[in-house]
Design a binder for this molecule. Structure first.
Ligand code: GLY
Ligand code: MN
Ligand code: MN
Length: 412
């Protein structure tokens, strides 16, 4: 069993091995949180270090046919400790990340320009900002470096990091599974306690409560709790409408524990029983989802999954009396079948990837009928295995009878 530091060291080694001579990678951690926000780490930075440390900078490079890595962190200022608490110490950084060379940010600013001179190309990560907005720290650094070392070329890190991050190792699969388990605890509490007449945010509070109880402080994305026709608005996040009797509620939720996100959608009748029409539409979505999941294996592309979904959607929507032409599918299904999942809910990885062992994707078909106040999406998180797949969220019920039984058990 590898230690965590060994896992992070191996990831840096893999990246360094993919570099050419005289190439350098600079990975900026996220800046300190401001206002009411809690700090969340940059996913690339976390992937290589395991550090939830703001403002830090990781460099990895290859020169003289030798790889190296160094990390720069903020210094503890003794008189600030009583206000802000201690910042991470260099020994702790080494213990978590396996990086032996831990320096301070001030040295980065002072010395890096002399190192940079020896390199040809710099890969970097940073969030883009609008032309009318101030540069973030990463862009500000790049601008100054470009002025001082004009022979350097710069490239976004995505192309070299994608092949690594899109294949998940054991630790990552376990982390995603843990977030799914916590999410399920939240969904279960909602299914037990939701009643007609409640507000959508009361259900959101149940998920939040269950997450906090488990020490899971962050969502992977803003939760969607959408009753009736609200569920036909794909990015509905207001969660502030009363839930009427006989309505379906769409939950699209994901806890993020240890920086890895779950992404689960389930749709359920608030009073415990589907109407005939709701059942009919739900069963079509479920059948499509199962058929697409069954296709998941190495060599199949996300494009194949999307194409098959459209064929199945056309048949289902015709049967449900919703459309006559294939071109009308978009009226009731307007998103893709899924995406990569990992540190980010929409994780790095192409939407048209050819699947490989170790990828984790979502499979999330939906049918949305605003006129009938119906929006149904069923979403599971699926690991691609050597010759097939494993549904990491398979323990979260989705069959109609199972769901109704579970809901009604708590409504007696
Ligand atoms: N929850 C975001 C998504 O399903 O893609
Ligand atoms: Mn989702
Ligand atoms: Mn999703």
């Amino acid at each position: 069993m590898q230690t965590k530091a060994e896992v992070f060291s191996k990831r840096r080694e893999n990246l360094i091995n993919s570099l050419n001579e005289n190439e350098l990678v600079i990975v900026f951690a996220n800046e300190e949180a401001t206002g009411a926000n809690r700090f969340l780490q940059n996913s690339h930075f976390y992937y290589f270090t395991g550090l939830n440390t703001p403002e830090a900078i990781l460099i990895m490079g290859k020169a003289n046919n030798k790889g190296f890595d160094e990390v720069f962190i903020q210094k503890n200022i003794p008189e600030r400790i009583v206000w802000d608490g201690e910042k991470i110490w260099p020994e702790q950084v080494t213990k978590i990340s396996g990086i032996d060379t831990v320096l301070f940010i001030d040295d980065f600013e002072k010395n890096t320009v002399f190192h940079l001179n020896a390199f040809k190309k710099i890969y970097f990560n940073c969030d883009l900002v609008g032309l009318n907005q101030p540069l973030n720290k990463a862009l500000f650094f790049i601008k100054r470096a470009q002025e001082r070392v004009p022979h350097l070329t710069f490239e976004d890190i995505s192309n070299i990091i994608r092949p690594l991050r899109e294949i998940k190792d054991e630790t990552e699969i376990e982390a995603i599974t843990e977030s799914i388990r916590i999410t399920w605890e939240g969904i279960k509490l909602i299914w037990q306690n939701a009643r007609p007449g409640m507000m959508e945010y009361e259900l959101e509070a149940m998920l939040h409560f269950e997450m906090q109880k488990k020490g899971c402080r962050n969502y992977g994305f803003v939760p969607i709790v959408a009753a009736g026709k609200n569920a036909a608005t794909l990015h509905y996040v207001d969660n502030n409408t009363i839930i009427e009797d006989n309505q379906l509620v769409l939950l699209d939720v994901g806890a993020s524990q240890n920086n890895y996100s779950a992404d689960i959608s389930r749709t359920f009748p608030v009073n415990g029983k589907f109407t005939d029409r709701q059942k009919e539409v739900y069963q079509e979505v479920l059948n499509i989802q199962k058929e697409i999941i069954a296709m998941v294996k190495p060599g199949v592309s996300m494009g194949d999954l999307n194409k098959r979904t459209r064929e199945l959607m056309f048949a289902s929507m015709t049967k449900l009396g919703l459309i006559k032409e294939e071109s009308e599918i978009i009226k009731h299904y307007m998103h893709g079948i899924g995406h990569h999942l990992g540190l980010d809910v929409h994780d790095i990885g192409a939407r048209d990837s050819v699947l490989k062992e170790g990828m984790v994707i979502t499979v999330e078909p939906g049918i949305y009928i605003a006129d009938e106040a119906i929006g149904i999406r069923i979403e599971d998180d699926v690991l691609v295995t050597a010759d097939s797949h494993r549904v990491l969220s398979a323990f979260i019920p989705k069959e109609i009878d199972e769901l109704e039984r579970l809901l009604q058990d708590h409504r007696k």
